[in-house]
Design a protein around this ligand. Structure first.
Ligand code: PMT
Length: 223
């Protein structure tokens, strides 16, 4: 059994992938299954945390002992995270959030007209993680914020740049593409710290990766 080192901690974890509606039958989505985020939730419960899991389009069974809030789009995810963030000790953003959404989600199915297909205009979604970091800064709390980064190329360099840009405490950088990370049972990562640290987590079950992330969070939380 795990050491209950997160006892009394309120943690909020986002998981899965957002869907951005094009019309009533179509959306822009991504390949996130939610497995990594659910593994984070299960391990946090095992370590004694009070867990809220914000799940975007995940078809896995709810982790026992966690409160699950369902969302669909990035804007909904942003709203729920805003509502949940205030009394969280730790926030982990493992969800794959769409950076863009269709400017207009039409209410009737788009039909073939025989003419050239109309382009889909996109607008930018809120950056949820950056918003959480900004809110913490305004409030000056000791909350710990963990981001994830899905990179296909120059994984470390892109990860470092993303950590600086987003301003979170830890960034779990996993390589994607070529069948890696999305939807798999196993994962590997380098966890970059805002203090300049880099911890390699070897390839293995997503639960093991999750436990290592909680270890690193534990090292940073005031007890
Ligand atoms: O769900 P699985 O199938 O198990 O796969 C796991 C995973 C690959 C989805 C997961 O390990 C992972 O890498 N999640 C983050 C994916 C992602 O969106 O990365 P990103 O590099 O695009 O975003 C960086 C960070 O900013 C993430 O913490 C993301 O949640 C956050 N973000 C991104 C865009 C946005 N508009 N708002 C955000 O908060």
């Amino acid at each position: 059994a795990a050491v209950p080192d997160l006892a009394g901690r309120r943690v909020v974890i986002s998981a899965g992938g957002t869907r951005e509606s094009i019309d009533p039958v179509r959306f822009i989505g991504n390949h996130s299954s939610g497995k990594q985020g659910y593994a984070l939730a299960r391990t946090a419960v095992a370590r004694g945390a009070d867990v809220t899991l914000v799940a975007a389009n995940v078809s896995l069974s709810d982790p026992a002992g966690a409160r699950v809030v369902q969302v669909t789009s990035a804007v909904e995810l942003a709203e729920v995270m805003e509502a949940e963030r205030a009394d969280a000790d730790v926030i982990v953003m493992s969800a794959a959030v769409a950076d863009f959404r269709p400017a207009a989600s039409v209410t009737s199915k788009i039909k073939k007209s025989g003419a050239a297909p109309a382009p889909i205009e996109l607008v930018e979604n809120p950056d949820v993680l950056a918003g959480l970091v900004a809110a913490r800064k305004r409030e000056g709390t000791g909350q710990i914020i963990v981001g994830f980064a899905a990179e296909t190329d120059d994984v470390l360099a892109n990860g470092r740049a993303k950590l600086a840009r987003k301003g979170c405490d830890l960034l779990v950088v996993n390589q994607v593409g070529g069948g890696r990370a999305f939807g798999t049972e196993d994962n590997q990562a380098v966890v970059l710290g805002s203090d300049g640290t880099a911890v390699e987590i070897p390839y293995g079950p997503k639960e093991d990766l999750a436990d290592r992330v909680w270890d690193l969070v534990g090292e940073r939380s005031p007890r």
